[in-house]
Design a protein around this ligand. Structure first.
Ligand SMILES: NC(=O)c1ccc[n+]([C@@H]2O[C@H](COP(=O)([O-])OP(=O)(O)OC[C@H]3O[C@@H](n4cnc5c(N)ncnc54)[C@H](OP(=O)(O)O)[C@@H]3O)[C@@H](O)[C@H]2O)c1
Length: 322
Protein backbone atom coordinates (compact mmCIF):
# COMPACT_ATOMS: atom_id res chain seq x y z
CA UNK A 1 0.00 0.00 0.00
CA UNK A 2 0.94 3.63 -0.42
CA UNK A 3 0.72 5.17 3.05
CA UNK A 4 1.19 8.88 3.80
CA UNK A 5 2.18 10.00 7.31
CA UNK A 6 1.90 13.76 7.92
CA UNK A 7 4.04 14.61 10.99
CA UNK A 8 5.80 11.25 10.72
CA UNK A 9 9.25 12.53 11.75
CA UNK A 10 8.68 12.29 15.54
CA UNK A 11 8.60 9.49 18.10
CA UNK A 12 5.43 7.76 16.93
CA UNK A 13 6.24 8.39 13.27
CA UNK A 14 9.61 6.66 13.69
CA UNK A 15 7.88 3.58 15.11
CA UNK A 16 5.24 3.51 12.41
CA UNK A 17 7.56 4.21 9.53
CA UNK A 18 9.87 1.40 10.63
CA UNK A 19 6.99 -1.09 10.98
CA UNK A 20 5.10 -0.16 7.81
CA UNK A 21 8.25 -0.08 5.65
CA UNK A 22 9.31 -3.46 7.06
CA UNK A 23 5.88 -4.82 6.10
CA UNK A 24 6.58 -3.78 2.50
CA UNK A 25 4.44 -0.64 2.26
CA UNK A 26 5.56 2.50 0.44
CA UNK A 27 5.65 5.22 3.09
CA UNK A 28 5.77 8.97 2.42
CA UNK A 29 6.17 11.41 5.30
CA UNK A 30 5.01 15.04 5.23
CA UNK A 31 7.35 17.30 7.19
CA UNK A 32 7.94 21.04 7.61
CA UNK A 33 11.65 20.28 7.36
CA UNK A 34 12.11 17.26 5.10
CA UNK A 35 15.58 15.82 5.50
CA UNK A 36 15.47 12.18 4.43
CA UNK A 37 14.39 10.23 1.36
CA UNK A 38 10.63 9.69 1.38
CA UNK A 39 9.94 13.04 3.07
CA UNK A 40 7.88 15.70 1.27
CA UNK A 41 7.56 19.34 2.39
CA UNK A 42 4.32 20.83 3.71
CA UNK A 43 3.50 23.64 6.14
CA UNK A 44 0.91 21.74 8.18
CA UNK A 45 -1.68 24.43 7.45
CA UNK A 46 -2.45 25.13 3.83
CA UNK A 47 -3.07 23.06 0.73
CA UNK A 48 -0.07 22.83 -1.56
CA UNK A 49 1.79 20.53 -3.93
CA UNK A 50 2.10 18.05 -1.07
CA UNK A 51 -1.57 17.13 -1.60
CA UNK A 52 -0.45 15.21 -4.72
CA UNK A 53 0.99 12.45 -2.55
CA UNK A 54 -2.38 12.00 -0.85
CA UNK A 55 -4.18 11.71 -4.19
CA UNK A 56 -3.89 8.04 -5.16
CA UNK A 57 -2.62 6.87 -1.77
CA UNK A 58 -4.29 3.99 0.10
CA UNK A 59 -4.12 5.32 3.65
CA UNK A 60 -3.23 8.50 5.53
CA UNK A 61 -2.10 8.47 9.17
CA UNK A 62 -1.87 12.05 10.44
CA UNK A 63 0.41 12.46 13.46
CA UNK A 64 1.24 16.18 13.15
CA UNK A 65 1.10 18.36 16.24
CA UNK A 66 3.34 20.44 18.44
CA UNK A 67 4.91 18.30 21.18
CA UNK A 68 2.95 18.23 24.46
CA UNK A 69 6.13 17.67 26.42
CA UNK A 70 6.65 21.32 27.41
CA UNK A 71 5.63 23.90 29.99
CA UNK A 72 1.91 24.62 29.52
CA UNK A 73 2.27 28.35 28.93
CA UNK A 74 -0.56 30.17 27.11
CA UNK A 75 1.58 30.37 23.97
CA UNK A 76 2.47 26.67 24.04
CA UNK A 77 -1.14 25.61 24.65
CA UNK A 78 -2.26 27.73 21.71
CA UNK A 79 0.45 26.20 19.50
CA UNK A 80 -0.62 22.70 20.60
CA UNK A 81 -4.20 23.50 19.63
CA UNK A 82 -3.47 25.30 16.34
CA UNK A 83 -0.97 22.76 15.04
CA UNK A 84 -3.48 19.94 15.53
CA UNK A 85 -6.58 21.71 14.26
CA UNK A 86 -4.93 23.31 11.21
CA UNK A 87 -2.98 20.23 10.14
CA UNK A 88 -6.08 18.03 10.45
CA UNK A 89 -8.09 20.56 8.44
CA UNK A 90 -5.42 20.65 5.73
CA UNK A 91 -5.33 16.83 5.52
CA UNK A 92 -9.15 16.77 5.24
CA UNK A 93 -9.05 19.35 2.45
CA UNK A 94 -6.42 17.35 0.57
CA UNK A 95 -8.50 14.17 0.83
CA UNK A 96 -11.66 16.04 -0.23
CA UNK A 97 -9.86 17.45 -3.29
CA UNK A 98 -8.28 14.14 -4.37
CA UNK A 99 -9.39 12.51 -7.62
CA UNK A 100 -8.53 9.13 -6.06
CA UNK A 101 -8.98 9.60 -2.30
CA UNK A 102 -7.43 7.15 0.17
CA UNK A 103 -9.60 4.34 1.50
CA UNK A 104 -8.91 5.31 5.10
CA UNK A 105 -7.75 8.29 7.17
CA UNK A 106 -6.42 7.46 10.61
CA UNK A 107 -6.17 10.65 12.62
CA UNK A 108 -4.10 10.78 15.78
CA UNK A 109 -6.04 11.86 18.86
CA UNK A 110 -5.24 11.10 22.48
CA UNK A 111 -6.37 9.06 25.49
CA UNK A 112 -6.09 12.36 27.41
CA UNK A 113 -9.60 13.16 26.12
CA UNK A 114 -10.96 11.04 29.01
CA UNK A 115 -11.49 12.23 32.57
CA UNK A 116 -8.99 11.98 35.42
CA UNK A 117 -10.54 9.07 37.32
CA UNK A 118 -9.73 6.06 39.46
CA UNK A 119 -13.08 4.31 39.88
CA UNK A 120 -13.54 2.65 36.47
CA UNK A 121 -11.79 2.34 33.13
CA UNK A 122 -12.78 4.47 30.15
CA UNK A 123 -13.72 2.65 26.98
CA UNK A 124 -15.18 4.31 23.90
CA UNK A 125 -18.79 3.51 24.82
CA UNK A 126 -18.98 4.29 28.54
CA UNK A 127 -15.91 6.49 28.98
CA UNK A 128 -16.31 9.95 30.50
CA UNK A 129 -14.67 12.96 28.86
CA UNK A 130 -12.48 15.15 31.02
CA UNK A 131 -12.84 18.86 31.66
CA UNK A 132 -15.32 18.92 34.55
CA UNK A 133 -13.51 16.87 37.22
CA UNK A 134 -13.53 18.37 40.71
CA UNK A 135 -10.22 19.01 42.48
CA UNK A 136 -7.91 19.09 39.48
CA UNK A 137 -6.12 22.16 38.16
CA UNK A 138 -8.43 24.12 35.86
CA UNK A 139 -5.89 24.24 33.04
CA UNK A 140 -6.09 20.44 32.62
CA UNK A 141 -9.39 21.06 30.81
CA UNK A 142 -7.44 22.67 27.99
CA UNK A 143 -5.82 19.37 26.95
CA UNK A 144 -9.30 17.86 26.73
CA UNK A 145 -10.48 20.85 24.66
CA UNK A 146 -7.55 20.31 22.30
CA UNK A 147 -8.42 16.63 21.90
CA UNK A 148 -12.09 17.41 21.24
CA UNK A 149 -11.30 20.15 18.70
CA UNK A 150 -8.80 17.81 17.01
CA UNK A 151 -11.41 15.03 16.64
CA UNK A 152 -14.14 17.50 15.59
CA UNK A 153 -11.93 18.72 12.75
CA UNK A 154 -11.72 15.19 11.35
CA UNK A 155 -15.42 14.45 11.91
CA UNK A 156 -16.46 17.60 10.04
CA UNK A 157 -14.18 17.04 7.06
CA UNK A 158 -16.21 16.25 3.96
CA UNK A 159 -14.53 13.05 2.74
CA UNK A 160 -17.37 10.71 1.77
CA UNK A 161 -15.18 8.08 0.10
CA UNK A 162 -12.71 7.78 2.97
CA UNK A 163 -13.29 5.90 6.22
CA UNK A 164 -12.27 7.99 9.24
CA UNK A 165 -10.79 6.65 12.48
CA UNK A 166 -9.61 8.74 15.46
CA UNK A 167 -6.75 7.08 17.35
CA UNK A 168 -7.20 7.82 21.06
CA UNK A 169 -3.73 6.65 21.89
CA UNK A 170 -2.16 6.16 25.29
CA UNK A 171 1.60 6.72 25.75
CA UNK A 172 3.47 4.67 23.18
CA UNK A 173 6.37 2.82 24.81
CA UNK A 174 9.36 2.14 22.58
CA UNK A 175 13.07 1.66 23.28
CA UNK A 176 14.01 4.61 21.04
CA UNK A 177 16.15 7.41 22.43
CA UNK A 178 14.16 10.41 23.64
CA UNK A 179 10.83 8.54 23.80
CA UNK A 180 8.62 8.30 26.91
CA UNK A 181 10.04 4.92 27.96
CA UNK A 182 13.58 6.22 27.61
CA UNK A 183 12.82 9.17 29.91
CA UNK A 184 11.09 6.96 32.52
CA UNK A 185 13.95 4.47 32.42
CA UNK A 186 16.46 7.26 32.88
CA UNK A 187 14.56 8.40 36.00
CA UNK A 188 14.50 4.82 37.30
CA UNK A 189 18.24 4.45 36.71
CA UNK A 190 18.84 7.61 38.73
CA UNK A 191 16.85 6.05 41.60
CA UNK A 192 14.04 8.56 41.04
CA UNK A 193 11.45 6.23 39.59
CA UNK A 194 9.26 5.88 42.68
CA UNK A 195 5.63 6.75 43.28
CA UNK A 196 4.71 10.34 42.48
CA UNK A 197 2.18 12.06 44.76
CA UNK A 198 1.18 8.65 46.22
CA UNK A 199 1.25 6.87 42.85
CA UNK A 200 -2.45 5.92 42.77
CA UNK A 201 -3.01 7.65 39.42
CA UNK A 202 -3.42 5.20 36.54
CA UNK A 203 -0.96 4.98 33.67
CA UNK A 204 -2.26 3.88 30.29
CA UNK A 205 0.32 2.71 27.82
CA UNK A 206 0.78 0.68 24.65
CA UNK A 207 3.83 -1.28 23.49
CA UNK A 208 5.28 0.12 20.24
CA UNK A 209 4.82 -3.13 18.31
CA UNK A 210 1.18 -3.41 19.39
CA UNK A 211 0.68 0.23 18.41
CA UNK A 212 2.00 -0.44 14.89
CA UNK A 213 0.01 -3.70 14.64
CA UNK A 214 -3.16 -1.89 15.75
CA UNK A 215 -2.63 0.77 13.06
CA UNK A 216 -2.24 -1.94 10.39
CA UNK A 217 -5.32 -3.72 11.77
CA UNK A 218 -7.38 -0.51 11.57
CA UNK A 219 -6.17 0.21 8.04
CA UNK A 220 -7.42 -3.23 6.97
CA UNK A 221 -10.71 -3.34 8.85
CA UNK A 222 -13.28 -1.62 6.65
CA UNK A 223 -15.98 -2.11 9.30
CA UNK A 224 -14.31 0.03 12.00
CA UNK A 225 -14.79 3.82 11.97
CA UNK A 226 -14.87 6.60 14.58
CA UNK A 227 -12.88 6.82 17.83
CA UNK A 228 -10.77 3.82 18.85
CA UNK A 229 -8.71 3.58 22.05
CA UNK A 230 -5.13 2.45 21.45
CA UNK A 231 -4.10 1.31 24.91
CA UNK A 232 -3.08 -2.04 26.38
CA UNK A 233 -5.91 -3.71 28.31
CA UNK A 234 -3.92 -3.46 31.56
CA UNK A 235 -3.56 0.17 32.74
CA UNK A 236 -2.14 0.23 36.27
CA UNK A 237 -1.44 2.66 39.10
CA UNK A 238 1.74 4.70 38.63
CA UNK A 239 3.42 3.18 41.69
CA UNK A 240 2.99 -0.36 40.26
CA UNK A 241 3.91 0.81 36.79
CA UNK A 242 7.24 2.24 38.00
CA UNK A 243 7.88 -0.77 40.24
CA UNK A 244 7.59 -3.10 37.22
CA UNK A 245 9.87 -0.84 35.19
CA UNK A 246 12.50 -0.77 37.94
CA UNK A 247 12.27 -4.57 38.26
CA UNK A 248 12.70 -4.96 34.49
CA UNK A 249 15.88 -2.89 34.66
CA UNK A 250 17.13 -4.42 37.91
CA UNK A 251 17.08 -1.21 39.96
CA UNK A 252 14.45 -1.96 42.61
CA UNK A 253 14.87 1.20 44.71
CA UNK A 254 12.92 4.27 43.66
CA UNK A 255 12.58 7.39 45.76
CA UNK A 256 9.00 8.56 46.22
CA UNK A 257 8.25 12.11 45.11
CA UNK A 258 5.67 14.47 46.55
CA UNK A 259 3.54 16.74 44.40
CA UNK A 260 5.85 19.72 44.88
CA UNK A 261 8.91 17.61 44.00
CA UNK A 262 7.07 16.57 40.82
CA UNK A 263 6.41 20.27 40.12
CA UNK A 264 10.10 21.01 40.49
CA UNK A 265 11.14 18.01 38.37
CA UNK A 266 8.67 18.90 35.63
CA UNK A 267 9.98 22.47 35.67
CA UNK A 268 13.57 21.29 35.34
CA UNK A 269 12.62 18.90 32.53
CA UNK A 270 10.65 21.71 30.80
CA UNK A 271 7.54 19.57 31.06
CA UNK A 272 4.19 19.70 32.87
CA UNK A 273 2.90 17.77 35.90
CA UNK A 274 -0.37 16.95 34.13
CA UNK A 275 1.63 14.30 32.26
CA UNK A 276 2.56 12.68 35.60
CA UNK A 277 -0.44 13.34 37.82
CA UNK A 278 -3.51 12.86 35.64
CA UNK A 279 -5.08 9.44 36.18
CA UNK A 280 -5.42 7.93 32.72
CA UNK A 281 -7.44 4.75 33.01
CA UNK A 282 -8.18 3.84 29.42
CA UNK A 283 -8.95 0.42 27.91
CA UNK A 284 -9.24 -0.80 24.30
CA UNK A 285 -12.94 -1.67 24.14
CA UNK A 286 -13.40 -1.46 20.37
CA UNK A 287 -10.07 -3.06 19.42
CA UNK A 288 -10.84 -6.11 21.57
CA UNK A 289 -14.41 -6.32 20.24
CA UNK A 290 -13.05 -6.23 16.70
CA UNK A 291 -10.78 -9.20 17.52
CA UNK A 292 -7.41 -7.47 17.89
CA UNK A 293 -5.01 -9.62 19.94
CA UNK A 294 -2.40 -7.73 21.96
CA UNK A 295 1.03 -9.37 22.03
CA UNK A 296 2.02 -7.28 25.07
CA UNK A 297 -1.12 -6.86 27.19
CA UNK A 298 0.61 -6.79 30.61
CA UNK A 299 3.06 -4.12 31.69
CA UNK A 300 5.65 -6.22 33.62
CA UNK A 301 6.27 -8.39 30.54
CA UNK A 302 6.15 -5.41 28.16
CA UNK A 303 8.64 -3.52 30.37
CA UNK A 304 10.96 -6.57 30.31
CA UNK A 305 10.81 -6.68 26.53
CA UNK A 306 11.49 -2.93 26.17
CA UNK A 307 14.33 -2.96 28.74
CA UNK A 308 15.88 -5.90 26.85
CA UNK A 309 15.72 -3.97 23.60
CA UNK A 310 17.33 -0.90 25.25
CA UNK A 311 20.14 -3.16 26.48
CA UNK A 312 20.66 -4.67 23.01
CA UNK A 313 20.72 -1.19 21.50
CA UNK A 314 23.39 -0.11 24.03
CA UNK A 315 25.45 -3.28 23.40
CA UNK A 316 25.24 -2.69 19.66
CA UNK A 317 26.33 0.95 20.05
CA UNK A 318 29.25 -0.11 22.32
CA UNK A 319 30.28 -2.76 19.77
CA UNK A 320 30.31 -0.20 17.00
CA UNK A 321 32.61 2.14 18.90
CA UNK A 322 35.16 -0.54 19.90
N1 LIG B 1 4.09 9.83 21.87
C1 LIG B 1 2.99 9.33 22.43
O1 LIG B 1 3.08 8.43 23.27
C2 LIG B 1 1.62 9.86 22.03
C3 LIG B 1 0.47 9.37 22.67
C4 LIG B 1 -0.77 9.86 22.30
C5 LIG B 1 -0.88 10.81 21.31
N2 LIG B 1 0.25 11.27 20.72
C6 LIG B 1 0.11 12.27 19.64
O2 LIG B 1 0.62 11.68 18.45
C7 LIG B 1 1.27 12.64 17.65
C8 LIG B 1 2.67 12.18 17.36
O3 LIG B 1 3.34 11.99 18.59
P1 LIG B 1 4.93 12.02 18.68
O4 LIG B 1 5.28 11.59 20.04
O5 LIG B 1 5.51 11.34 17.49
O6 LIG B 1 5.16 13.57 18.58
P2 LIG B 1 6.49 14.34 18.12
O7 LIG B 1 7.68 13.46 18.32
O8 LIG B 1 6.46 15.66 18.79
O9 LIG B 1 6.24 14.49 16.55
C9 LIG B 1 5.15 15.20 16.02
C10 LIG B 1 5.50 15.73 14.66
O10 LIG B 1 4.56 16.77 14.34
C11 LIG B 1 5.19 17.75 13.56
N3 LIG B 1 4.87 19.09 14.08
C12 LIG B 1 5.34 19.67 15.22
N4 LIG B 1 4.84 20.90 15.34
C13 LIG B 1 4.05 21.11 14.25
C14 LIG B 1 3.29 22.21 13.77
N5 LIG B 1 3.26 23.36 14.46
N6 LIG B 1 2.61 22.07 12.61
C15 LIG B 1 2.67 20.91 11.91
N7 LIG B 1 3.40 19.85 12.30
C16 LIG B 1 4.08 19.95 13.45
C17 LIG B 1 6.70 17.53 13.61
O11 LIG B 1 7.14 17.17 12.32
P3 LIG B 1 8.06 18.17 11.40
O12 LIG B 1 8.88 19.02 12.34
O13 LIG B 1 8.89 17.22 10.61
O14 LIG B 1 7.10 18.95 10.58
C18 LIG B 1 6.88 16.37 14.58
O15 LIG B 1 7.83 15.43 14.16
C19 LIG B 1 1.21 13.95 18.41
O16 LIG B 1 0.16 14.72 17.90
C20 LIG B 1 0.94 13.52 19.85
O17 LIG B 1 0.23 14.48 20.58
C21 LIG B 1 1.49 10.82 21.04
Amino acid sequence: MKIVIPGGTGQVGTILRRALSAAGHEVTVLSRRPARPGEVPWDGRTLGRWAEVIDGSDAVVNLAGRSVSCRYTAAHLQAMMDSRVYSTRAVGEAIAAAAAPPRVWLQMSTATIYAHRFDAPNDERTGVFGGAEPAVPGYWAYSVDIAKAWEREQEEACTPYTRKVALRSAMVMSPDRGGVFDVLLWLARLGLGGPVAGGAQYVSWIHDRDFARAVEFLIDRDDVAGPVNLAAPGPLPQRMFMHALRTAWGSPAGLPATKWMAELGAFLLRSDTELLLKSRRVVPGRLLEAGFAFRHPHWPEAADDLAGRVRSRSRLAAGQTT
